[in-house]
Design a binder for this molecule. Structure first.
Ligand SMILES: [Zn+2]
Ligand SMILES: [Zn+2]
Length: 297
């Protein structure tokens, strides 16, 4: 197992590099969509509302990272809280629409990562790739496919996860590969986007890189990659996990990943007085109106 450099405090160089990666990887897909809007207007003489659409993509990124983080990670994988059933169902369908996963395989993969963090069995770890973000992404995708297609091999990670008709449908559609995506899910995504008064069909198509890319980069590469290769640590807990606070101030606390590895069931990922977990406090507010239940302190 190749060693990955660990460091106890953020260094200017490392945090600078993390900051660069964070901004490029997180916001580049939205910038690409923005450029496509402008090019479309220039090429066709169209009048896509570029600024409105870019603001919409920024809002979508924040919303999608929140729903993935809270439902699939904090609630399903770690049982830190429960959503009200009337809210859980729509969020689950929404996440499937924009991320392609129903939650069960996502949570199994994530529990597997925690159980075998940075060992040879870790489904995605920089220790197996020398820290290459591309390889970590590839490992994540391949391991996810294993969890999705061979559930009988991962029963040790399935406690309390949904295994219902919707999950079976997601698994069936995923097995169809690209045709399932192109013929079913993408048209559905475009249809939902076109419900918005400022989104025409061309705009919806050009929004796809910004919506799907920003969520993909912000979750897979940011957490699985950057949060195991650069940042700072509070404890020597035997793995390579790191915190990237305050770089991820808009990431709903997910990049307090080292704190999370240290205490997985704790809902508030901020451990030091200055570590503010925006995701936890948003859930705390939602718990006051009944949307969130059983939030662990
Ligand atoms: Zn976790
Ligand atoms: Zn991790």
């Amino acid at each position: 197992m190749a060693a990955v450099a660990m460091f106890d405090r953020p260094t200017k160089k490392k945090m600078g590099w993390a900051l660069f990666n964070y901004f490029v990887l997180t916001w580049a897909p939205i910038a690409i969509s923005g450029v496509l809007f402008v090019l479309w207007n220039l090429a066709t003489g169209g009048d896509l509302p570029v600024v409105t659409l870019v603001v919409f993509l920024l809002v979508m990124r924040q919303f999608n990272v929140f729903t993935i983080s809270t439902l699939f990670h904090r609630s399903y994988s770690h049982k830190q809280f429960d959503y009200h059933p009337l809210v859980e169902g729509p969020i689950r369908v929404w996440n499937w629409l924009f991320m392609g996963t129903g939650g069960r395989a996502w949570a199994i993969l994530h529990r597997w990562h925690h159980a075998d963090a940075d060992t040879e069995n870790d489904p995605h770890s920089p220790t197996k790739t020398g820290g290459s973000l591309g390889n970590i992404t590839k490992q994540t995708f391949q391991s996810y496919q294993l969890c999705l297609r061979n559930p009988q091999d991962y029963t040790r990670f399935e406690a309390g996860l949904p295994d219902d008709t919707f999950e079976h449908f997601v698994r069936w559609l995923e097995a169809k590969g690209v045709p399932g995506l192109v013929i079913f899910r993408i048209p559905l995504v475009l249809g939902v986007l076109c419900l918005l008064p400022f989104v025409s069909l061309p705009a919806a198509v050009l929004c796809l890189p910004g919506i799907m890319g920003s969520v993909w980069f912000s979750t897979v590469i940011m957490v699985n990659g950057l949060c195991h290769t650069m940042g700072y640590r509070n404890w020597d807990n035997g793995d390579t996990s790191t915190n990237l606070f305050p770089i991820d101030l808009f990431g709903w606390g997910e990049a307090l990943h080292h704190n999370h590895h240290h205490k997985q069931s704790r809902a508030n990922l901020g451990h030091r007085p200055w570590e503010f977990d925006t995701g936890f406090w948003a859930l705390w507010l939602l718990s006051k109106v009944g949307v969130v239940r059983n939030l662990r302190p």
